[in-house]
Design a protein around this ligand. Structure first.
Ligand SMILES: N[C@@H](CCC(=O)N[C@@H](CS)C(=O)NCC(=O)O)C(=O)O
Length: 263
């Protein structure tokens, strides 16, 4: 029995849902509203002391950290492998995952909140906004969150965070010149890990960065991933159309400020 505590739009939740779907595993869904602050609910914090999603519960064992959850799924459900059998390709896939964990994910919140969610959060009553900020356990993350909510793409953290994403796109473009998938011969854990960051840029109206005329290998990978039979059930099916158009609208509104930073 698998229970997933997750959020429709969260990158880390999407990567776990993609691996669950790739392995054909069903789960009981518990959606956590991150804007409302449900990640800080004391009952949820007992499961995930870092106040973040996702959390997987499998037969009573509580599993946190999205990449480690995916590794656990690979160990516990090896029947439909999502890592190559070739040790060199396994290493290459793990390098992408390490990069996501150490470099990209920490910047994803900055890029995202500076454009989309800040507009929702600024409309919250001040006491709700301040309470949710105060609950973020890591002081650095708390200060960054406040800065991007208050200053949007003009916050000092934004351009550096966006650069981490641009470098990622460039390196994926080079790698995909010689490899069909980041995980080896077929779609696997490294692809599931990186898809949410590419999708996030797309949703935030940075779509010109993903076009075939600019990054053909990346565009082809993205199209093949979106054509997977379970892409809808793992990713888009969870996302309300209103949320996607809200993200796109907020991204379009700041594209003129962002575009010069992408060169
Ligand atoms: N290293 C963690 C990062 C999890 C994480 O940052 N999750 C985000 C959503 S993608 C979250 O829950 N954010 C809530 C918040 O920052 O308040 C993992 O991979 O699971």
């Amino acid at each position: 029995m698998l229970s997933l505590y997750h959020n429709a739009a969260s990158t880390c939740s999407q990567k776990v849902r993609l691996v669950l779907a790739g392995k054909g595993l069903e789960f009981e869904s518990h959606e956590i509203d991150l804007i409302a602050g449900e990640q800080h609910d004391p009952d949820y914090v007992k499961l995930n002391p870092n106040h973040v999603v996702p959390t997987l519960v499998h037969n009573g064992s509580v599993l946190i950290e999205s990449s480690l959850i995916n590794e656990y799924l690979e160990d516990a459900f090896p029947e439909a492998p999502m890592l190559s059998a070739d040790p060199v390709k396994r290493h290459a896939a793990r390098l992408w995952i390490k990069r996501a964990d150490t470099q990209v994910q920490p910047m994803a919140g900055i890029v995202t909140y500076a454009i989309g969610p800040r507009n929702m959060i600024l409309n919250q009553p001040e006491e709700v906004r301040e309470r949710n900020l105060a609950e973020i356990p890591d002081p650095k993350r708390r200060a960054e969150r406040r800065s991007v909510i208050e200053n949007g793409v003009k916050s000092p953290e934004f351009e550096g965070a966006l650069r981490v994403f641009i470098n990622l796109l460039n390196d994926m473009e080079s790698d995909l010149e010689n490899n069909a998938w980041l995980s080896g011969e077929s779609f696997g854990v490294a692809d599931a890990c990186m898809l949410p960051y590419v999708l996030r840029l797309d949703h935030l109206a940075m779509t010109p960065l993903l076009e075939a005329s600019v990054r053909p290998n990346l565009a082809d990978w993205y199209a093949r991933l979106q054509a997977l039979p379970y892409y809808g059930s793992a990713v888009t099916g969870w996302l309300p159309e209103a949320l996607v158009s809200f993200f796109r609208g907020t991204g379009e509104a700041v594209w003129k400020d962002i575009e010069p930073m992408t060169r």
